[in-house]
Ligand binder design. Structure first.
Ligand SMILES: Cc1ncc(COP(=O)(O)O)c(C=O)c1O
Length: 404
């Protein structure tokens, strides 16, 4: 979490705000470059597309994993070259492809998308180099595939690869898989990487030529709950480097891509809100906070899920685990109080914690919530009740606080 005095200072200007720390983002990227020196990392823009966050990430040499035409534009406008912007998402239109044509690498998510890209390329007289997203016949933990809405089933692709490679206007040059987010088990991640290298070798054999790129997707997790042990990145990196050395024997020039969103920015963000009101109702104390469900939705979603079951399964990136952020009152009071933390929306669903014991807070006090750098502001329905959205700020390397 950012230095408390910096958060307190910003509370003088904002009732609620996000603060992202540039140094934390840079440190995370440095760790990735150290452990995966031969990989090109692609930042998953959807995770946090704030302009200054993108500037920071791209200035450190990351490319873009763009999930919409607009995200391709964000990266392109910041000078990211075409061969470092990969556009991959399900359910796109011809207009999406035409809008980004020539400014990124296209990854087809379905047979229909491959045909669409082929048609546009043929019409333009282009030879588009495209990748395909595959739904592999394995998961992180099993040697068997699962049905899914993403990509083309590996078996279907293998059965049709020669015909697909012969579609007019396109050259199949890469594969993309993203099987899971938020893995904290180094052995599981390393096992997934090995399966991916094997899949890439199979595709190369099938196409009779080395691939230009293999995109491993993400999986790199970060600790959210207090008890989460951080991912052992050194172990994952060492295993990856060994598997890559083998793969290089058949594919010396293939670009190795790894996508990541949360690993780069998740821990960099703190959300801060203010106690706007305090009331006691029939023996229960309520703190009314500025902007919860409509400013940082994850804690309210988490509370909702906790209320349904004691052992909820993750539903990334909306719900990772119970108590996926720490609640830190920005007060020095020692005495404790049991309170319910509710937001200022006109809906009873806007509650982030019930009957929780915290240091006593009064009207005007701040409350900080951690892990707010990823899937936070961007995944929050901010239009409801037309309240003012929270500020998004960046703490720069030289200690300035600027709009993010
Ligand atoms: C295809 C793809 N790549 C990368 C990511 C980023 O995942 P993470 O934030 O876990 O790194 C996602 C997240 O949903 C994704 O769908």
């Amino acid at each position: 979490m950012a230095d408390r005095s910096i958060l307190m200072e910003q509370l003088r200007f904002h009732h609620n705000f996000y603060l992202y720390e540039e140094s934390v983002i840079r440190d995370a990227i440095q760790a990735l470059h150290t452990q995966f020196p031969s990989a090109q990392f692609l930042y998953s823009v959807k995770c946090n597309p704030a302009g200054r966050v993108l500037d920071t990430v791209f200035s450190q040499g990351l490319g873009a994993d763009a999930a919409s035409a607009a995200e391709v534009d964000f990266a392109w406008q910041r000078g990211v070259p075409k061969d470092r912007i990969y556009f991959s998402a399900p359910g796109r239109t011809e207009a999406d492809f035409r809008r980004v044509w020539g400014r990124c690498v296209l990854i087809a998510d379905s047979l229909h998308e491959l045909e669409m890209i082929s048609r546009i390329a043929a019409e333009r007289g282009d030879a588009a180099e495209v990748g395909v997203r595959l739904n592999p016949d394995f998961t992180f933990t099993a040697d068997q595939g699962v049905p899914g809405k993403f990509g083309i089933d590996q078996e279907a692709f293998f059965a049709q690869a020669p015909a697909l490679a012969a579609l007019p206007g396109i050259r199949l040059v890469g594969i993309h898989v993203h099987a899971k987010s938020q893995e904290l088990d180094a052995a599981a991640l390393a096992g997934y990487h090995r399966k991916m290298f094997r899949l890439a070798e199979q595709v190369q054999t099938l196409l009779g030529t080395p691939l230009q790129f293999v995109n491993f997707g993400s999986g790199l997790g970060i600790p959210f709950a207090a008890g989460d042990a951080p991912l052992d990145l050194e172990t994952v990196g060492a295993s990856f480097r060994a598997a890559l050395a083998d793969f290089r024997k058949t594919a010396p020039d293939t670009r190795i891509l790894i996508e990541t969103g949360r690993y780069v920015v998740g821990k960099s963000g703190t959300y801060v809100t203010t106690v706007l009101d305090k009331k006691v109702s029939r023996g229960k104390t309520f703190l009314l906070l500025c902007g919860t469900l409509n400013a940082f939705a994850r804690p309210a979603v988490s509370r909702m899920v906790r209320s349904y079951t004691d052992s909820p399964a993750p539903c990334e990136p909306l719900f990772t685990c119970p108590w996926s952020e720490a609640l830190i009152p920005l007060t020095d009071r020692a005495e404790q109080e049991t309170v319910t933390l509710a937001g200022n929306l006109c809906t009873a669903a806007d509650i982030i914690a019930q009957d929780i014991t915290l240091p006593r807070m009064e009207i005007g006090d701040g409350l900080a919530l951690t892990n707010a750098g990823c899937y936070a502001a961007v995944m929050t329905p901010m239009q409801f009740a037309s309240l003012t959205p929270p500020a998004q700020l960046l703490l720069t390397m030289d200690g300035r606080v600027v709009n993010a």
